[in-house]
Design a binder for this molecule. Structure first.
Ligand code: ADP
Ligand code: MG
Length: 191
């Protein structure tokens, strides 16, 4: 197994902030592993997620020290467009991430932006709809879904991009126990 992610002494302070949001973070993640990060509000979980796909340091600027390597690429030296193909990020507040009029269109949006062929997009939708137990909701409006279904749709709309690494920011927060179990089961199956 090879190393998928290597965080090497990462310290990051948002611009204008004296206290770093992340300080001296070190972690190696091997391919095929599932890592859960826990911490109280403000601990730096979302900041860590953003540092894996390049939103930090490219969009959120600040004092950045150390290095994050993802699949051999130095995140700080790689374009976000390139990183975001490899690292799929499901946002904590994914409502703004969901804006299509039905589930299938939502899942197609990412691959359409990558200019993939129609047939390939269709294949991916047919693969991930059952994987996320969303088949019976394919024509539904995202806004009409339950919390758990909506979370699974947010995950599916990132999975259709087939990223090598999937990062989910608080994917079980606000879900009932069943919804949480479903999300965790998806994570285990993906692994
Ligand atoms: N865009 C931002 N600008 C300045 N400070 C921020 C920004 N986002 C988060 N922070 C600060 O960084 C720290 C870590 O926040 P965050 O990564 O959101 O934690 P968590 O996701 O664990 O709740 C907090 O002190 C927070 O106030
Ligand atoms: Mg957060």
């Amino acid at each position: 197994m090879s190393t998928a992610v290597s965080i090497e002494d990462l310290t990051f302070a948002y611009r204008g902030q004296e206290t770093p949001a992340l300080r001296g973070i070190r972690k190696e993640v091997q391919e095929g592993s599932l890592v859960v990060v826990m911490g109280h509000g403000g601990a730096g979980k979302s900041t860590l997620c953003a540092s894996l796909n390049g939103i930090i340091p490219h969009f959120f600027r600040g004092r950045y020290q150390g290095r994050v390597m993802v699949k051999g690429l130095d995140v700080a030296r790689t374009k976000v467009a390139e990183m975001s193909r490899r690292v799929g990020l499901v946002l904590q507040d994914f409502d703004p991430q969901l804006f299509s009029t039905n589930v299938e269109l939502e899942m197609a949006f990412g691959p359409e932006n990558l200019c993939l062929a129609r047939g390939e997009i269709k294949n991916r939708i047919e693969t991930y709809l059952p994987f996320l137990a969303l088949e019976s909701f394919r024509r539904r409006e995202p806004a009409s879904l339950s919390g758990g279904q909506e979370q699974r749709l947010a995950i599916s709309s990132v999975l259709t991009l087939e990223p090598e690494i999937l990062v989910m920011d608080e994917p079980t927060t606000d879900l009932d126990p069943q919804g949480r179990e479903e999300v965790l089961a998806i994570a285990r199956r993906l692994r």
